[in-house]
Design a protein around this ligand. Structure first.
Ligand code: NAD
Length: 315
């Protein structure tokens, strides 16, 4: 059987698959992919290659689509399910990496580390302008507290922070286990938090969830971090809030439109940004590659995958 690895994954993961299958590592343009996909029984992608309905339709031999990572926004899961094709991923592979970059952003924002770096390199020594705040003793509000949120909780507790969580779908036993306070009052979370971090998926419910009204409620000393998905924060509203110093600062790893090559937000000194790299660590990539390769292997040998986003629908 033939596997197409359309976006690069860890070499160790490719080697696992080569033991049993013919593996082609090649990135095709979307139009080339339409012509080539019928030759393959499996395809593995990261986020670059898109698998829309027309690619699924042309994949007449496809049994499984592997996403080395967690989000499957680039795959038409419904179309795959209709054709009985498994969509598998590696949901836990990047959890620690995303939690760590979230903490990195909180530390960097509260100590103005990017302004400090830029000004010091510019030959300035503005110690007074660079007065920071401690994370210790502060309240951090969580919007969503699943896998990644829980890891951020553990790390912020070590800093001596109070964790306040808004997550309507969290299993009831989780808050006590994590030692966090739950709230159903999102307004209160915006009003009392010194840091707000987002760890929910982009859904109809969460789209635009942090907009003008919510940002208005935040403390002028508070920071917002979004390493989850673009679209949850209204970027126009965030621009105004940061420009008018209604909040102290924000960090975004994700954007409404990606790649975010041009974005008016980038002119703001109190906004820290990165190009969707929260999962881009060596460890996460190796984990994602190995786990996804194993899921693809299981499907191709006729077994059920462990991490499938549509396995239940296919039973
Ligand atoms: P998860 O499914 O484990 O957790 C998501 C949590 O959000 C769940 O507990 C769920 O109950 C909660 N939730 C759902 N709807 C909500 C709502 N309306 N309000 C508040 N909470 C809600 O997911 P995860 O693995 O922790 O991933 C969290 C986010 O991180 C996702 O958006 C994912 O795309 C993102 N992520 C980003 C990167 C990156 O590179 N920046 C990498 C991996 C994951």
């Amino acid at each position: 059987m033939k596997i197409l690895i359309a976006d690069p994954i860890a070499t160790s993961a490719v080697e696992v698959l080569r033991k049993n299958f013919e593996v082609i590592e090649q990135h095709f343009s979307q139009s080339e992919l339409l012509n080539e996909i019928s030759n393959f029984h499996a395809i593995i992608v990261r986020s670059a290659t898109k698998i829309p309905r027309e690619v699924v339709k042309k994949g007449t031999q496809l049994k499984v689509i592997g996403r080395a990572g967690v989000g499957v926004d680039n795959i038409d899961v419904e179309a795959a399910t209709e054709k009985g094709i498994f969509v598998v991923n590696s949901p836990q592979a990047s959890t620690i990496s995303v939690a760590e970059i979230t903490i990195a952003y909180m530390l960097a924002l509260s100590r103005k580390l990017i302004q400090a770096t830029n000004k010091t390199k510019d030959g300035k020594w503005p110690k007074k302008q660079l007065m920071g705040t401690e994370m210790h003793g502060k309240t951090i509000g969580f919007i969503g507290c699943g896998r990644i949120g829980a890891e951020v909780v553990k790390r912020t507790q070590v800093f001596g922070m109070n964790c306040l969580v808004y997550d309507p779908y969290l299993p009831p036993e989780v808050p006590a286990k994590l030692g966090v306070e739950m709230t159903e009052d999102l307004d209160r979370l915006f009003r009392v938090s010194d840091f707000i971090t987002i760890h929910a998926w982009l859904t109809d419910e969460t789209r635009g969830m942090v907009g003008e009204n919510e940002l208005e409620k935040m403390k002028p000393t508070a920071f917002l971090v979004n390493c989850a998905r673009g679209g949850i924060v209204d970027e126009d509203a965030l621009y105004d809030a940061l420009k008018e110093k209604k909040i102290a600062g924000a960090a975004l790893d994700v954007f409404t439109v990606e790649p975010a090559i041009e974005n008016k937000l980038f002119e703001l000194e109190n906004l820290y940004v990165s190009p969707h790299i929260a999962a881009s660590t060596k460890e996460a990539q190796i984990r994602a590659g190995l786990v996804t390769a194993e899921q693809v292997r299981l499907v191709l040998i006729g077994q059920k995958p462990v991490f499938s986003v549509n396995a239940k629908m296919l039973v």
